[in-house]
Design a protein around this ligand. Structure first.
Ligand code: SF4
Length: 321
């Protein structure tokens, strides 16, 4: 055996990278709010719930002085607390005020817009059918904007087929911001067929970032043999990206980062698509490419996609920080 033999050549792999991908304006803003709160108030700053659903982001902010808790009761008196990008039920800021806690609301403005619309509909005494996934923090936050009984959660087309509202002529619908565009359209169509006078936003409340990332995956999917989505399993918009790819007929896998990728999953793959959910930082995409380069001769190309220019203002308390 020749101990000086050259390593075998790496097989080629074309990597097509979706655009847009990764951070959206709401996630950018939420992370910035925690960073600026730490600068302004000093560490520790408490954050109720993961500020965005990404382990890498959470670990980075924890290293800077953020402490993540699930409930307000875990926040000691006298320290500032930030509410996550997903939004919170009204009772949470109310309880924070009662306790005299300084709080900063990192709820994405596009989620806040749905909250305000829900309140407006309740003022008009309309019953709301809210399309979303039970248990997701955004859904808990939105349901918590209105009194019990004012809103009914619709998760599936089957729910839309069977819901029996007391006053079918006085309905409106709203949606979670990070849903599947196609699933939501099917649910809305069912509601509109059953309740022709139902009112709702034009299209739905799915945010620009969610729809742009899904559109990019639809464009990418037919061009690749398999597709990797970088994102957390509890990140709604990331899970939807993997679903969109699979429905387009391409094998897809959601991974939190490169360390979760098994070389065997790529067997037979010549062209690999890559995208990242709205809470996944670009550094994780670069980490994935670096890992792929240890196995393959990678040639990388980014697809052209929608240009995103959205920027959200910071809360007033931090604008001068
Ligand atoms: Fe806001 Fe959409 Fe980003 Fe969620 S995914 S934070 S709703 S822009």
């Amino acid at each position: 055996m020749d101990g000086n033999a050259a390593p075998p050549p790496r097989p080629p792999l074309d990597v097509l990278i979706a655009a847009p991908r990764g951070f959206c304006a709401g996630v950018d803003r939420a992370i910035r709010i925690v960073e600026l709160a730490i600068e302004k108030y000093g560490a520790p700053v408490y954050v109720r719930h993961e500020i965005v659903h990404n382990r890498h982001v959470i670990d980075n902010l924890r290293a800077k002085g953020a402490i993540f808790v699930e409930e307000l009761d875990e926040v000691p008196d006298g320290v500032p607390v930030v509410f996550s990008a997903h939004g919170v039920p009204k009772v949470v800021p109310a309880r924070a005020s009662e306790r005299g806690l300084e709080f900063l609301d990192a709820t994405c403005p596009l989620v806040s817009k749905v909250h305000r619309e829900a309140e407006r509909l309740v003022d008009q005494q309309r019953h709301i059918l809210f399309i979303g996934h039970r248990g997701h923090p955004e859904v808990i936050g939105t349901l918590g904007q209105v009194p019990d009984g004012a809103i009914t959660l619709i998760e599936t087309v089957a729910d839309a087929e069977t819901v029996a509202p007391a006053d079918p002529d006085n309905l409106s619908f709203l949606t979670q911001t990070t849903l599947s565009v196609d699933d939501t359209a099917a649910i809305v169509a069912t509601l509109q067929r059953r309740f022709p006078s139902i009112r709702g936003p034009r299209g739905e409340d799915i945010c620009y970032a969610t729809s742009n990332r899904q559109a990019a995956v639809k464009e990418l999917a037919p061009q690749c043999d398999a597709l990797l989505v970088i994102g957390a399993p509890n990140s709604s918009n990331s899970v939807r990206l993997a679903e969109v790819a699979e429905r387009a007929g391409v094998r897809a896998l959601l991974i939190q980062d490169a360390s979760e990728l098994d070389r065997g999953w790529l067997d037979g793959v010549r062209t690999l698509g890559v995208t990242a959910g709205a809470s996944a930082p670009e550094v994780l995409v670069r980490g994935l490419i670096a890992r792929l380069e240890t196995w393959f001769e990678v040639s990388e190309r980014e697809l052209a996609g929608a240009t995103e220019t959205m920027i959200f203002k910071l809360p007033r308390a931090l604008q001068a920080a």
